[in-house]
Design a protein around this ligand. Structure first.
Ligand SMILES: *Cc1c(COP(=O)(O)O)cnc(C)c1O
Length: 421
C-alpha cells in the first residue's frame, strides 16, 4: 500500500520522469504514432488512441488519488459514464438513482429504450429501495453522492453491502467532491467515474472524464473497451488537466472554506427559506457526510424567499457570481436549476425532486470570501426577496415553437433531458 499523501501525489506524479532532458514537468506528447524498435518489436506505445504517455500520467495520477488499480482517461465525463455501461449486456439490470446527473439519466434511459440493458430507477434515501435491489439482482448499481442540486447523500457502505449480497458491481460518480474529499473505492466500490471538467481540472477550460477501477482485471476490461470504441482523452486536454490536478488540494480547501461560510451566512439571512449544504448541522445527513467524506465540498444550494421573480432579480444582480451552468472552476458561478440545468425535466417530476422555482445553486469559487459575502449582502439588501415590490421584473418565458428547433432545445426529445450541467 502506497502511503504517500494525496496532496503529494497530486503535485508530484510524473515530475522528473523525463529521461532525455530532465524536464521537471512531464512533456506533452502529441504524436499519433510511434516507431517500432525493430521488425515485430513494438515499444511501449504504438498508436495514440490506444496509448499516450501524457494521458497515461494523468490516468495513473487519478488511479492513485482514488486508490484504484487502473485509471482510464476519456474525452468527456459522459464518455466515462458510457464506458462503464460497456460492462452490461442486454439481459443485465442497471440500478440508478432517481436524481442522478441528467446527462447520465438520459444516456441510461436511451440505452434501455434500444434494449441494450434493463433499468431500475430507485430513491436511495428509502430503505425499501435496498430490499428491491436484493430482489432484482442487478449486474451494476450506479450511485452519485452528493446529488445535484440538493446535495443529498447516498450511504456508500450500505450500497456496497447490498451489492455484495446479490453479486452486483457498484459504480460511483465522484464528480461533486473529487478524490480530494471522497474515495468510494475505500468503501468497496468497484468503479469510480469523474467528469474531470469540474473540480479535477478546476479552471473551466477543459471538458474531460475518467474511470478508475478497483481491480486490475476490471480496469483492463474497461481500457480494452475505451480503445475499442475510441473514447480516450486528447493529449493536450490531459496535459491541462494534469496541470489542474497539481493544485486540486489547495483549491478544494478554499472552495470548501468559502462554501461553508456562505452556507452559514445564508442560513442566518432573513431572505432565505432553506439552505442545502452537508457541512451544516441542519443537513439531515450531516453525520453521514462526516463518516464517508473528508470534507463537505464547494456546492451550496438554497431556496430564496418569495417567488421566481425574487430569484430572477437576485440571480441577475450579482457582481462576483457569474450566471452560468457547470461547476468546480476557481470562479464562483450561480444558477437557477429550474430554468437552467434542470429545465428539460418534466415540471411535476422537478417539483417532486425538490427543484422548485426559488431554488438557487452556487458553485462557490476561491475568491476572497469577504468579497463574496459582501456581494451577497448587497444583493439581498437591494433586491429584498420575499418583500412586496409591486411589478414583477421577470415572468417565466414560454418556449416559442421556432425556438424548439434550435440548440439545446433540439435535444429535449424526452423528459429524461434533465440536469445537464
Ligand atoms: C458534468 C457532469 C457529468 C458529465 O461530464 P461532462 O464532462 O460534461 O461530459 C457527469 N456527472 C456529473 C455529476 C457531472 O457534474
Amino acid at each position: 500500500m502506497n502511503d504517500t499523501k494525496k496532496a503529494t501525489i497530486a503535485v508530484r506524479k510524473g515530475i522528473e520522469a523525463d529521461k532525455h532532458h530532465g524536464a521537471v514537468v512531464p512533456p506533452l506528447y502529441l504524436s499519433t504514432t510511434y516507431s517500432f524498435a525493430d521488425f515485430n518489436t513494438k515499444r511501449a506505445y504504438d498508436y495514440g488512441r490506444s496509448g499516450n504517455p501524457t494521458r497515461d500520467i494523468l490516468a495513473e495520477t487519478l488511479a492513485e488519488l482514488e486508490g484504484g488499480a487502473k485509471g482510464i482517461v476519456t474525452a468527456t465525463g459522459m464518455a466515462a459514464v458510457h464506458l462503464v455501461t460497456q460492462l452490461l449486456s442486454s439481459q443485465d439490470t442497471l440500478v440508478i438513482p432517481h436524481d442522478c446527473y441528467g446527462g447520465s439519466y438520459r444516456l441510461f434511459t436511451s440505452l434501455e429504450k434500444r434494449g441494450l440493458l434493463k433499468l431500475k430507477v430507485v430513491n436511495f434515501t428509502l430503505d425499501k429501495s435496498f430490499d428491491d435491489i436484493e430482489q432484482i439482482k442487478p449486474k451494476l448499481i450506479w450511485i452519485e453522492t452528493p446529488s445535484n442540486p440538493l446535495l443529498r447523500l447516498t450511504d456508500i457502505a450500505k450500497v456496497v453491502a447490498t451489492a455484495k449480497k446479490c453479486g452486483a458491481l457498484v459504480a460511483a460518480d465522484n464528480t461533486f467532491l473529487s478524490p480530494a474529499l471522497q474515495n468510494p473505492i475505500e468503501f468497496g466500490v468497484d468503479v469510480v467515474v469523474h467528469s474531470t471538467t469540474k473540480y479535477i481540472n478546476g479552471h473551466s477550460d477543459v471538458v474531460g472524464g475518467a474511470v478508475i477501477a478497483r481491480t486490475q482485471e476490471l480496469g483492463d476490461e474497461l481500457a480494452w473497451w475505451a480503445n475499442n470504441i475510441g473514447i480516450t482523452g486528447a493529449p493536450f486536454d490531459s496535459y491541462l488537466t494534469l496541470r489542474g490536478i497539481r493544485t486540486l488540494n489547495v483549491r478544494i480547501k478554499q472552495h470548501e472554506q468559502n462554501a461553508f461560510l456562505i452556507a452559514e451566512y445564508l442560513e442566518r439571512s432573513p431572505f432565505v427559506k432553506s439552505v442545502y449544504y452537508p457541512g451544516l448541522e441542519s443537513h439531515p445527513q450531516h453525520q453521514l457526510a462526516k463518516q464517508q467524506q473528508r470534507g463537505f465540498g464547494g456546492m451550496v444550494s438554497f431556496d430564496i424567499k418569495g417567488d421566481i421573480n425574487d430569484a430572477a432579480r437576485f440571480l441577475t444582480n450579482c457582481k462576483h457570481f457569474t450566471l452560468a451552468e457547470s461547476l468546480g472552476g476557481v470562479e464562483s458561478l450561480i444558477c437557477h436549476p429550474a430554468t437552467m440545468t434542470h429545465a428539460g425535466m418534466d415540471p411535476q417530476a422537478r417539483l417532486e425532486a425538490g427543484v422548485g422555482d426559488t431554488l438557487i445553486r452556487i458553485s462557490v469559487g476561491i475568491e476572497d470570501i469577504e468579497d463574496l459575502l459582501a456581494d451577497l449582502e448587497r444583493n439581498f439588501s437591494e433586491t429584498r426577496p420575499g418583500e412586496d415590490k409591486g411589478q414583477p421584473v421577470a415572468e417565466p418565458k414560454p418556449v416559442k415553437a421556432d425556438e424548439q428547433n434550435n440548440s439545446s432545445a433540439a435535444f429535449c426529445f424526452s423528459p429524461a433531458h434533465v440536469a445537464l450541467w
